[in-house]
Design a protein around this ligand. Structure first.
Ligand code: K7E
Ligand code: CUA
Length: 661
């Protein structure tokens, strides 16, 4: 401190300034004593104080990154700021969410479009979020996420952070290899998981090999419309292995995609019939298959009309794929999990859950092996198998239970180790910049995490230009890290500082996540996101992202009875009243209730809630919603605004009067 004071005195030799300086320096010294006293009282180490300084974000100061984490069986997406690890928002996707009114009047048709076999399904197992990309880099426009339990894909528009579309996969009933985008978001990849007969139709399990099938679907994304275009989407038939995770090639490997798999044994379980259980049967072989698929060529084959319609959806059959040379296999070590393409697109990293290594495949070698046409064999379905030794670049021993790999900007890769409960940092050969040691593939260090890590996510860590800086470890168990919350404990999202090269990679924050089980997350630089502060115009239809011509406007509020016995309510909301306040209908009327929030102020959200009728909505400034219901229950129903919007918020109410027949 005295050093700094001396310099200040030298550059500003004014007596008054010196006094002020001395005073502030005294205050500073007092603050430091306070910090020391607090640290002592709370038992904090110097490292703890450094971690706090790295993550504490004062009021009004914004985070540098946003992490979009899947909500697991909460069926939602959670947006978390980094480095503060503050939960910023949940985004309702597959599961009704009452704050946003999702499924309670808002988004009902979007949810219904995803109902499998038309059956109302009101939850999802949200798995792998994927941010839209331009040239392999996140562009901040859209977010996609899959639902593993029912094989659905959702589209979220990052202008308003709301779900716009849910599509149900017509072929498979569970998916895991999604969502992953191609480098310009032309396609969203959705790989299946547990094989079923196409369309999830019935077939006895004894016909597994003949009737059951795997698949990978390429959903065409129309960026202009912000929607998946089902009419330009197609799938590839795959053997009934359990295709697992996927990744799209990029840069040198652009045009290809990679899926790992398990249960190439085609075990069918049946522990109750004294068969080996799945866990044994599906990990009998020493290797499974990495699927290498030329998706650009597949698009051409599809566009040439060579796909077959199955379950009303175009499918490139295995036979066509073999004839056209679309799919190649190569062995991957025991119970593989995850396939992650390096930033330059030159290597594919596969982990073996039961193998302490990550296996690194060279795309260059893969291309050469395909071109040479010399295969080490074919699988039971006739797919060519590339010789393992001819396509592998390296195997790096990283520790026990490797799962997922992410990347830094400096030639480092990071792999989660489930059994070790650790994150491994290792070097990606020598081709990645000068900061890494000589051309080698070496484990640099391991940092313990708590506990049972699944996915990890590094800042922009699966793009062509990873940022480094932060890595979040999504831990499945938290055990003793927090207060015990009964036998059901939160997940633990741990933030690691990876900005220092070499051996220092400390955990700097523990974030309990007491909602669902986040699986995977992607972390984007906050300044790439450019969300609306309010809807662009009053009367905004948030599905069409345009003005709703039917939107109620100020001075045109009314309750309109139509000849066909339906009733249209045209209502506006502004602090602190609805207009109209009396809505009188007759029992049996079909009611279309249109409401516009005509506010233009930042954050001026109103709620709309009706008792008994199971209706709730969140109306952001400018938003129009139409809520439809049958007024089948007569009575007196006070509706009200459910957001504490103003001093007279409690007065923001009205009566729905349903006159008995
Ligand atoms: Cu590894 Cu479902 Cu992405 Cu979990 S998956 S860990
Ligand atoms: Cu509007 Cu409370």
């Amino acid at each position: 401190m005295s050093g700094r004071k001396r310099i200040w005195n030298r550059v500003r030799p004014v007596f008054a300034v010196s006094i002020a300086c001395a005073a502030s320096s005294a205050a500073h010294a007092q603050s430091m004593r306070d910090v020391e006293a607090i640290a002592k009282e709370r038992g904090l180490t110097t490292q703890d104080l450094v971690a706090a300084a790295k993550t504490y974000t004062p009021s009004g100061q914004h985070d540098d990154y946003v992490m979009f984490a899947s909500g697991g069986h909460a069926g939602q997406v959670f947006a978390v700021g980094l480095p503060s690890m503050r939960l910023l928002r949940s985004i309702a996707v597959f599961t009704p969410e009452s704050w946003q009114g999702w499924g309670f009047g808002v988004g009902n048709e979007i949810l219904e479009a995803g109902f499998p076999k038309g059956k109302p399904n009101l939850w999802g197992d949200a798995h792998h979020p994927a941010l839209s990309e331009t040239n392999g880099d996140y562009d901040g426009q859209f977010l996609f996420i899959n639902d593993k339990i029912n094989a659905r894909v959702a589209v979220i528009d990052l202008r308003d952070w709301e779900t716009k579309q849910i599509v149900k996969n017509p072929l498979t009933v569970s998916d895991h290899g999604g969502t992953f985008v191609t480098p310009n978001t032309d396609y969203i990849i959705e790989g299946g998981q547990y094989s079923v007969p196409f369309g999830s139709e019935y077939a006895p399990i004894s016909q597994y090999k003949e009737k059951y099938r795997g698949s990978v679907t390429l959903w065409k994304f129309d960026r202009k419309k912000g929607r998946i275009d089902k009419s330009k989407s197609f799938a590839l038939e795959l053997p009934p292995y359990w295709q697992d995770l996927a990744d799209a090639g990029k840069l040198v490997s652009d045009g290809y995609m990679f899926l790992n798999s398990l249960n190439t044994e085609m075990a069918t379980g049946g522990i109750e019939e004294k068969n080996p259980p799945f866990e044994a049967g599906a990990s009998r072989n020493a290797t499974d298959f990495l699927h290498i698929i030329n998706w650009k060529k597949a698009v051409k084959v599809y566009e040439a009309g060579k796909a077959e319609m199955i379950e009303g959806f175009p499918v490139i059959t295995l036979k066509t794929s073999i004839d056209e040379g679309l799919i190649y296999l190569t062995p991957e070590p025991r119970s593989p999990h995850g396939v992650d393409v390096t930033p330059k697109g030159d290597f594919m990293v596969v982990s073996g859950k039961l193998d302490p290594h990550v296996t690194v495949y060279s795309f260059d070698k893969i291309k050469k092996a395909i071109a040479s046409g010399s295969y080490s064999g074919k699988d039971d379905f006739g797919l060519p198998i590339l010789d393992f030794d001819s396509v592998v670049e390296a195997q790096v021993e990283v520790g026990l239970g490797p799962l997922h790999t992410q990347f830094g900007p400096d030639g480092y890769a990071y792999t989660s180790l489930f059994l070790d409960s650790a994150i491994a940092r290792w070097t990606l050969g020598g081709s990645y910049g000068s900061s890494t040691p000589e051309p080698d593939w070496t484990l640099v260090q391991k940092t313990p995490v708590h506990y049972n890590v699944g996915h990890i996510s590094a800042a922009e860590g699966d793009t062509v230009s990873p940022d480094g800086k932060y890595l979040v470890s999504l831990n499945k168990w938290s055990v003793d890290r927090f207060l015990t919350t009964g036998p059901l404990l939160p997940q633990n999202l741990q933030l690691l500082d990876i900005s220092h090269q070499g051996t220092n990679m400390p955990v700097i924050y523990d974030m309990p996540m007491g909602v669902g089980e986040p699986h995977y997350a992607q972390i984007i630089k906050a300044d790439k996101l450019n969300p609306w502060k309010i809807y662009p115009e009053v009367g905004w239809d948030t599905v069409e992202q345009n003005i709703d011509p039917m939107a109620p406007k100020s001075k045109m509020e009314r309750v309109q009875r139509n000849d066909d016995g339906t009733v249209d309510v045209y209502m506006t909301a502004i602090r602190s009243h609805f207009n109209p306040e009396h809505v009188k209908v007759k029992q049996g009327d079909h009611v279309r209730w249109h409401i516009t929030n005509i506010e233009r102020a930042f954050d001026a959200t109103h709620g709309f809630a009706v008792p008994v009728y199971n209706i709730t909505a969140s109306l952001e400034a400018g938003e129009t919603e139409t809520i439809e219901f049958d007024a089948d229950i007569p009575g007196t129903f006070p509706f009200y605004c459910s957001e504490f919007c103003s001093a007279l918020h409690l007065e923001m109410m009205g009566y729905l009067l349903v006159e008995p027949e």
